[in-house]
Ligand binder design. Structure first.
Ligand code: ZN
Length: 340
């Protein structure tokens, strides 16, 4: 009786497996026949009603049935997976003639464009690019640059200190010292990079900004070389009509020192809103490297002289693209940046 039940069960299960069309149907069959509450289990539970003589042979037959169903399930599962793959390959064929999804390319930040242009201009004059650390010592940022011990730039109100001797550099001029310590003249470098000051953030100030430092040291370098280099830079950036004005100033590390103004494009020097009625716009600081700075770096000031300047990349960029608020450069709003 049980043996007959088992035979019928096997026949039914194998037919069901042959009819199954997907993996879910196979799982239903597996659970329905072989699971804890499945038909085979139900039959095996009735083994107790058999005589002890019958049990071994019926038990062995039940195992054969289980094995037959399991193996049928397994081969059916392989067959179904293969069919599924074929179906998907046929269905998901890519039509390469369809137009692609538009990809919106980014573009360079206007400050990067200005930096690249300035770099190209100076490379053309025989300069190379030098880099220095943003976390700097007070020696390289102040002492070596001739700042007196009580110079206001050292004030913790103006400068970010880590400890008494370690700061975020307030200017890229520290790189001048590092280069002169390592290299013998002739030296011609520019050094672009980030600088930090404790400034309140407004349309013309930021606690974090960018400078390009320039340094040339050689025999016979004069103020005329400084003026020529800066004129070349400004002409390259703003066109051949630029007018520069050198105004006496004081920096501890240059002597003489000059601030450099650019004649206002908007009013040609007559005075307007853009230049706050000055006719000129202050662009950068510069001068002849102070003999004491040269000497401290092991360069003989009786033989060599040099010029140096430091210019804000933000300032150059605002002027170039007539942007009136520096904060726009930092907000990374693509609607703004896409204009340049
Ligand atoms: Zn003006």
């Amino acid at each position: 009786m049980l043996r007959q039940n088992l035979e019928e069960l096997r026949g039914k299960a194998l037919q069901a497996v042959r009819d199954a069309r997907d993996a879910a149907a196979l799982e239903t069959i597996r659970v329905g026949f072989l699971g804890k509450k499945g038909e085979l289990t139900a039959i095996l539970k009735r083994m107790g009603s058999l005589s002890p003589d019958e049990r071994p042979s019926v038990g062995a037959f039940a195992n054969d049935v289980r094995a037959a169903v399991e193996s049928a399930l397994e081969s059916a599962s392989g067959r179904i997976a293969e069919k599924e793959l074929e179906r998907r390959l046929a269905e998901e064929t890519v039509d390469v003639t369809l137009p692609g999804n538009p990809f919106r390319a980014g573009r360079r930040h206007p400050m990067q464009t200005v930096l690249d242009d300035v770099t190209k201009i100076f490379l053309g004059m025989g300069f190379s690019v030098a880099e220095g650390p943003e976390v700097e010592t007070t020696y390289y940022c102040f002492d070596a640059l001739n700042h007196s011990p009580d110079h206001p730039a050292r004030d913790p109100q103006d400068t970010f200190y880590f400890d008494d001797e370690t700061i975020l550099r307030t200017q890229t001029s520290s790189v001048q010292i590092r280069v002169m310590e390592k290299e013998k003249p002739p030296i011609r470098i520019i050094s672009p990079g980030r600088t930090y000051r404790k400034d309140e953030i407004d349309a013309t100030h930021s606690a974090h900004f960018h400078q390009i430092e320039g340094l040339a040291v050689d025999k016979g370098i004069t103020m005329a070389d400084l003026k020529g280099a800066l004129h070349t830079m400004m002409t390259g950036l703003y066109g051949s009509g630029v007018k520069l004005r050198f105004r006496p100033h004081h920096f501890p590390y240059t002597e003489p020192s000059a601030e450099v103004d650019l004649q206002c494009f908007a009013c040609q020097g007559k005075g307007c809103r853009m230049c706050k009625d000055e006719g000129w716009i202050e662009m950068l600081g510069s001068g002849m490297v102070h003999p004491a700075v040269l000497e401290r770096c092991g360069v003989d000031p009786d033989v060599y002289s040099g010029f140096a300047f430091g210019v804000g990349i933000e300032r150059l960029t605002l002027m170039r693209y007539k942007i009136n608020d520096m904060r726009l450069l930092y907000e990374n709003d693509v609607r703004f940046l896409r204009q340049f």
